[in-house]
Design a protein around this ligand. Structure first.
Ligand SMILES: C[S@@+](CC[C@H](N)C(=O)[O-])C[C@H]1O[C@@H](n2cnc3c(N)ncnc32)[C@H](O)[C@@H]1O
Length: 275
Protein backbone atom coordinates (compact mmCIF):
# COMPACT_ATOMS: atom_id res chain seq x y z
CA UNK A 1 0.00 0.00 0.00
CA UNK A 2 1.33 3.45 -0.97
CA UNK A 3 2.78 5.62 1.81
CA UNK A 4 0.31 8.09 3.27
CA UNK A 5 0.02 10.86 5.80
CA UNK A 6 -0.03 9.04 9.11
CA UNK A 7 -0.46 10.62 12.54
CA UNK A 8 1.41 9.36 15.59
CA UNK A 9 -1.80 7.82 16.95
CA UNK A 10 -2.43 5.96 13.72
CA UNK A 11 1.13 4.64 13.71
CA UNK A 12 0.56 3.27 17.20
CA UNK A 13 -2.71 1.62 16.12
CA UNK A 14 -0.99 0.14 13.06
CA UNK A 15 1.85 -1.24 15.17
CA UNK A 16 -0.63 -2.63 17.71
CA UNK A 17 -2.73 -4.37 15.01
CA UNK A 18 0.44 -5.83 13.50
CA UNK A 19 1.87 -7.05 16.81
CA UNK A 20 -1.32 -8.65 18.13
CA UNK A 21 -2.34 -10.64 15.05
CA UNK A 22 -2.56 -14.42 15.19
CA UNK A 23 -0.90 -15.41 11.92
CA UNK A 24 -0.58 -18.42 9.65
CA UNK A 25 3.01 -19.44 8.83
CA UNK A 26 4.54 -17.01 6.34
CA UNK A 27 1.95 -14.26 6.78
CA UNK A 28 4.41 -11.87 8.43
CA UNK A 29 7.33 -12.64 6.11
CA UNK A 30 5.34 -12.22 2.91
CA UNK A 31 3.77 -8.90 3.90
CA UNK A 32 0.14 -9.98 4.50
CA UNK A 33 0.25 -9.03 8.19
CA UNK A 34 1.71 -5.56 7.61
CA UNK A 35 -0.69 -4.94 4.71
CA UNK A 36 -3.63 -5.69 6.98
CA UNK A 37 -2.35 -3.32 9.67
CA UNK A 38 -1.94 -0.65 6.97
CA UNK A 39 -5.58 -1.15 5.90
CA UNK A 40 -6.74 -0.38 9.45
CA UNK A 41 -4.63 2.78 9.55
CA UNK A 42 -6.02 3.90 6.20
CA UNK A 43 -9.55 3.15 7.39
CA UNK A 44 -9.00 5.47 10.37
CA UNK A 45 -7.98 8.26 8.00
CA UNK A 46 -10.67 7.66 5.36
CA UNK A 47 -13.60 6.25 7.28
CA UNK A 48 -16.19 8.81 6.15
CA UNK A 49 -15.29 8.29 2.46
CA UNK A 50 -15.22 4.51 2.93
CA UNK A 51 -18.57 4.34 4.77
CA UNK A 52 -20.86 3.88 1.71
CA UNK A 53 -18.67 1.06 0.36
CA UNK A 54 -18.52 -0.73 3.71
CA UNK A 55 -22.28 -0.37 4.22
CA UNK A 56 -22.93 -1.70 0.69
CA UNK A 57 -20.74 -4.74 1.40
CA UNK A 58 -22.43 -5.49 4.72
CA UNK A 59 -25.96 -5.24 3.40
CA UNK A 60 -25.14 -7.24 0.25
CA UNK A 61 -23.54 -10.03 2.33
CA UNK A 62 -26.52 -10.18 4.70
CA UNK A 63 -29.04 -10.20 1.84
CA UNK A 64 -27.01 -12.97 0.18
CA UNK A 65 -27.30 -15.11 3.30
CA UNK A 66 -30.99 -15.51 2.48
CA UNK A 67 -29.95 -17.43 -0.66
CA UNK A 68 -28.38 -20.10 1.54
CA UNK A 69 -30.54 -23.17 2.00
CA UNK A 70 -29.01 -24.28 5.29
CA UNK A 71 -28.24 -22.46 8.53
CA UNK A 72 -25.39 -24.47 9.92
CA UNK A 73 -22.24 -22.68 8.86
CA UNK A 74 -21.08 -19.52 7.10
CA UNK A 75 -17.43 -19.18 6.09
CA UNK A 76 -15.89 -15.75 5.54
CA UNK A 77 -12.67 -15.82 3.51
CA UNK A 78 -10.27 -12.91 4.03
CA UNK A 79 -12.32 -11.71 6.99
CA UNK A 80 -9.46 -9.50 8.25
CA UNK A 81 -10.53 -6.66 10.50
CA UNK A 82 -14.21 -7.27 9.66
CA UNK A 83 -14.65 -3.74 8.32
CA UNK A 84 -16.97 -4.94 5.55
CA UNK A 85 -18.39 -8.02 7.29
CA UNK A 86 -21.80 -7.96 9.08
CA UNK A 87 -20.55 -10.37 11.73
CA UNK A 88 -23.38 -9.97 14.24
CA UNK A 89 -26.00 -10.56 11.52
CA UNK A 90 -24.21 -13.65 10.21
CA UNK A 91 -23.82 -14.96 13.74
CA UNK A 92 -27.60 -14.67 14.23
CA UNK A 93 -28.37 -16.27 10.86
CA UNK A 94 -25.99 -19.27 11.15
CA UNK A 95 -25.20 -21.71 13.94
CA UNK A 96 -21.49 -21.11 13.33
CA UNK A 97 -19.45 -18.51 11.49
CA UNK A 98 -15.87 -19.39 10.55
CA UNK A 99 -13.50 -16.51 9.84
CA UNK A 100 -10.60 -17.51 7.59
CA UNK A 101 -7.63 -15.19 7.20
CA UNK A 102 -3.86 -15.56 7.11
CA UNK A 103 -3.77 -12.84 9.80
CA UNK A 104 -6.44 -12.81 12.50
CA UNK A 105 -6.41 -9.45 14.29
CA UNK A 106 -7.15 -9.18 17.99
CA UNK A 107 -10.31 -7.24 17.16
CA UNK A 108 -11.75 -10.23 15.21
CA UNK A 109 -10.76 -12.70 17.90
CA UNK A 110 -12.44 -10.55 20.56
CA UNK A 111 -15.60 -10.20 18.47
CA UNK A 112 -15.62 -13.98 18.06
CA UNK A 113 -15.36 -14.50 21.79
CA UNK A 114 -18.14 -12.00 22.46
CA UNK A 115 -20.57 -13.59 20.00
CA UNK A 116 -19.84 -17.17 21.05
CA UNK A 117 -20.55 -18.96 17.75
CA UNK A 118 -17.74 -17.40 15.68
CA UNK A 119 -14.47 -19.29 15.08
CA UNK A 120 -11.42 -17.44 13.75
CA UNK A 121 -8.97 -19.63 11.83
CA UNK A 122 -5.47 -18.42 10.91
CA UNK A 123 -5.06 -20.10 7.54
CA UNK A 124 -3.30 -18.96 4.41
CA UNK A 125 -5.19 -19.57 1.19
CA UNK A 126 -1.90 -19.40 -0.67
CA UNK A 127 1.04 -21.77 -0.42
CA UNK A 128 4.38 -21.75 -2.15
CA UNK A 129 4.24 -24.18 -5.09
CA UNK A 130 7.28 -25.57 -6.91
CA UNK A 131 7.86 -22.31 -8.80
CA UNK A 132 5.29 -19.76 -7.67
CA UNK A 133 2.56 -19.17 -5.07
CA UNK A 134 -0.50 -21.38 -5.61
CA UNK A 135 -4.03 -21.35 -4.23
CA UNK A 136 -4.75 -23.67 -1.31
CA UNK A 137 -8.41 -24.35 -0.61
CA UNK A 138 -10.01 -23.81 2.78
CA UNK A 139 -12.26 -26.83 2.18
CA UNK A 140 -9.93 -29.37 3.79
CA UNK A 141 -9.89 -27.33 7.01
CA UNK A 142 -13.46 -26.05 7.23
CA UNK A 143 -16.14 -28.44 6.10
CA UNK A 144 -19.73 -28.23 4.95
CA UNK A 145 -20.43 -24.55 4.61
CA UNK A 146 -23.93 -23.32 3.79
CA UNK A 147 -22.71 -19.87 2.78
CA UNK A 148 -19.26 -18.71 1.76
CA UNK A 149 -18.29 -15.06 1.51
CA UNK A 150 -15.21 -13.54 -0.12
CA UNK A 151 -15.23 -9.77 0.17
CA UNK A 152 -12.38 -7.75 -1.37
CA UNK A 153 -10.13 -10.80 -1.20
CA UNK A 154 -9.40 -11.94 -4.75
CA UNK A 155 -7.02 -9.15 -5.69
CA UNK A 156 -5.31 -9.37 -2.29
CA UNK A 157 -4.34 -13.03 -2.65
CA UNK A 158 -1.04 -12.59 -4.49
CA UNK A 159 1.33 -12.07 -1.55
CA UNK A 160 2.78 -8.53 -1.62
CA UNK A 161 6.37 -9.72 -1.25
CA UNK A 162 6.24 -12.85 -3.42
CA UNK A 163 8.43 -12.80 -6.48
CA UNK A 164 8.36 -15.67 -8.95
CA UNK A 165 9.46 -16.01 -12.54
CA UNK A 166 6.74 -16.07 -15.19
CA UNK A 167 3.99 -13.53 -15.63
CA UNK A 168 0.77 -15.40 -15.02
CA UNK A 169 0.96 -16.82 -11.52
CA UNK A 170 -1.15 -14.00 -10.09
CA UNK A 171 -3.82 -14.65 -12.66
CA UNK A 172 -3.71 -18.43 -12.05
CA UNK A 173 -4.02 -17.83 -8.31
CA UNK A 174 -7.06 -15.59 -8.70
CA UNK A 175 -8.70 -17.97 -11.20
CA UNK A 176 -8.17 -20.90 -8.83
CA UNK A 177 -9.67 -18.95 -5.92
CA UNK A 178 -12.71 -18.06 -8.00
CA UNK A 179 -13.13 -21.67 -9.16
CA UNK A 180 -12.87 -22.86 -5.56
CA UNK A 181 -15.61 -20.45 -4.53
CA UNK A 182 -17.89 -22.32 -6.93
CA UNK A 183 -16.64 -25.81 -6.13
CA UNK A 184 -19.30 -26.68 -3.54
CA UNK A 185 -23.08 -26.59 -3.40
CA UNK A 186 -23.24 -23.84 -0.77
CA UNK A 187 -24.40 -20.31 -1.57
CA UNK A 188 -21.55 -17.95 -2.45
CA UNK A 189 -21.11 -14.20 -2.20
CA UNK A 190 -18.26 -12.52 -4.03
CA UNK A 191 -17.44 -8.84 -3.70
CA UNK A 192 -14.41 -7.78 -5.65
CA UNK A 193 -12.82 -4.81 -7.34
CA UNK A 194 -12.75 -5.14 -11.12
CA UNK A 195 -10.79 -2.02 -11.96
CA UNK A 196 -8.34 0.18 -10.06
CA UNK A 197 -8.53 3.73 -11.36
CA UNK A 198 -5.69 6.13 -10.59
CA UNK A 199 -5.73 9.89 -11.16
CA UNK A 200 -2.61 12.00 -10.84
CA UNK A 201 -2.46 15.56 -9.52
CA UNK A 202 -2.14 16.78 -13.13
CA UNK A 203 -5.37 15.01 -14.10
CA UNK A 204 -3.66 12.11 -15.89
CA UNK A 205 -5.50 8.82 -15.47
CA UNK A 206 -4.58 5.19 -15.57
CA UNK A 207 -6.61 2.02 -15.02
CA UNK A 208 -5.16 -1.23 -13.70
CA UNK A 209 -6.77 -4.66 -13.74
CA UNK A 210 -6.67 -6.02 -10.18
CA UNK A 211 -7.93 -9.44 -11.38
CA UNK A 212 -5.07 -9.85 -13.88
CA UNK A 213 -7.37 -10.82 -16.75
CA UNK A 214 -9.71 -13.14 -14.84
CA UNK A 215 -13.38 -12.37 -15.52
CA UNK A 216 -15.56 -11.70 -12.49
CA UNK A 217 -19.00 -13.36 -12.38
CA UNK A 218 -22.06 -11.30 -13.38
CA UNK A 219 -22.61 -8.39 -11.01
CA UNK A 220 -25.88 -7.96 -9.14
CA UNK A 221 -24.69 -4.63 -7.79
CA UNK A 222 -21.85 -2.25 -8.64
CA UNK A 223 -20.43 0.76 -6.86
CA UNK A 224 -17.23 2.78 -6.51
CA UNK A 225 -14.89 2.78 -3.52
CA UNK A 226 -12.62 5.81 -3.03
CA UNK A 227 -9.76 3.73 -1.64
CA UNK A 228 -7.38 6.69 -1.56
CA UNK A 229 -9.33 9.96 -1.71
CA UNK A 230 -7.60 13.28 -2.46
CA UNK A 231 -4.85 14.04 0.06
CA UNK A 232 -4.46 10.44 1.21
CA UNK A 233 -1.45 9.32 -0.80
CA UNK A 234 1.96 10.88 -0.47
CA UNK A 235 2.41 10.85 -4.28
CA UNK A 236 -0.83 12.84 -4.78
CA UNK A 237 -2.55 10.01 -6.68
CA UNK A 238 -6.28 9.48 -6.10
CA UNK A 239 -7.40 5.86 -6.28
CA UNK A 240 -10.95 4.67 -6.86
CA UNK A 241 -11.93 1.02 -7.27
CA UNK A 242 -14.85 -0.26 -9.35
CA UNK A 243 -16.51 -2.85 -7.13
CA UNK A 244 -18.88 -5.58 -8.24
CA UNK A 245 -20.99 -7.84 -6.04
CA UNK A 246 -22.18 -11.28 -7.15
CA UNK A 247 -24.31 -14.02 -5.64
CA UNK A 248 -24.68 -17.70 -6.28
CA UNK A 249 -27.61 -19.37 -4.48
CA UNK A 250 -27.28 -22.82 -2.91
CA UNK A 251 -27.10 -25.57 -5.53
CA UNK A 252 -24.97 -25.36 -8.62
CA UNK A 253 -27.21 -23.40 -10.90
CA UNK A 254 -25.00 -20.41 -11.45
CA UNK A 255 -24.45 -16.81 -10.48
CA UNK A 256 -27.45 -14.53 -10.34
CA UNK A 257 -27.79 -11.81 -12.91
CA UNK A 258 -30.23 -8.89 -12.68
CA UNK A 259 -32.87 -11.08 -14.41
CA UNK A 260 -32.32 -14.22 -12.36
CA UNK A 261 -29.81 -16.99 -12.90
CA UNK A 262 -27.32 -16.13 -15.57
CA UNK A 263 -24.57 -18.55 -16.57
CA UNK A 264 -23.81 -22.00 -15.17
CA UNK A 265 -21.08 -21.70 -12.55
CA UNK A 266 -18.69 -23.96 -14.45
CA UNK A 267 -18.73 -21.65 -17.44
CA UNK A 268 -17.73 -18.68 -15.32
CA UNK A 269 -15.40 -20.02 -12.65
CA UNK A 270 -11.82 -19.44 -13.50
CA UNK A 271 -12.54 -18.41 -17.09
CA UNK A 272 -9.67 -16.41 -18.47
CA UNK A 273 -10.06 -13.46 -20.73
CA UNK A 274 -7.35 -12.53 -23.18
CA UNK A 275 -5.30 -9.71 -21.66
C1 LIG B 1 -8.76 -6.05 1.70
S1 LIG B 1 -8.86 -7.17 3.04
C2 LIG B 1 -10.53 -7.66 2.96
C3 LIG B 1 -11.36 -6.81 3.80
C4 LIG B 1 -11.66 -7.43 5.14
N1 LIG B 1 -12.82 -8.30 4.96
C5 LIG B 1 -11.93 -6.36 6.15
O1 LIG B 1 -13.06 -5.98 6.36
O2 LIG B 1 -10.98 -5.89 6.77
C6 LIG B 1 -8.09 -8.63 2.40
C7 LIG B 1 -7.90 -9.67 3.47
O3 LIG B 1 -7.36 -10.84 2.85
C8 LIG B 1 -6.43 -11.41 3.73
N2 LIG B 1 -5.51 -12.24 2.96
C9 LIG B 1 -4.57 -11.84 2.08
N3 LIG B 1 -3.88 -12.90 1.62
C10 LIG B 1 -4.40 -13.99 2.23
C11 LIG B 1 -4.11 -15.38 2.18
N4 LIG B 1 -3.11 -15.86 1.43
N5 LIG B 1 -4.83 -16.22 2.93
C12 LIG B 1 -5.84 -15.76 3.71
N6 LIG B 1 -6.16 -14.44 3.81
C13 LIG B 1 -5.44 -13.58 3.07
C14 LIG B 1 -5.75 -10.22 4.37
O4 LIG B 1 -5.12 -10.57 5.59
C15 LIG B 1 -6.92 -9.26 4.55
O5 LIG B 1 -7.50 -9.40 5.81
Amino acid sequence: MQAARTSGRQMIVEAFVFATQMTAPGARANGIASEQAAIVARYLRCRSQWRPHLENCRSFILAGAEKARGSRRAVVLGSGCLLDIPLAGLSRRFEEVVLVDAAQPLHARMAARRLGNVRPVALSLVAMGPASPVYRSWRGTVREADYVVASMLLSQLPPPRAVAPGTDWRRDLIAAALADLCAGAEAACLITETSCNLRGSGGETQAEDPLHGVAAPPALERWGWPLAPPGERADGMVVELDVCASLRPSGDEGWMGPDGLEEPTAAIAGRKEPR
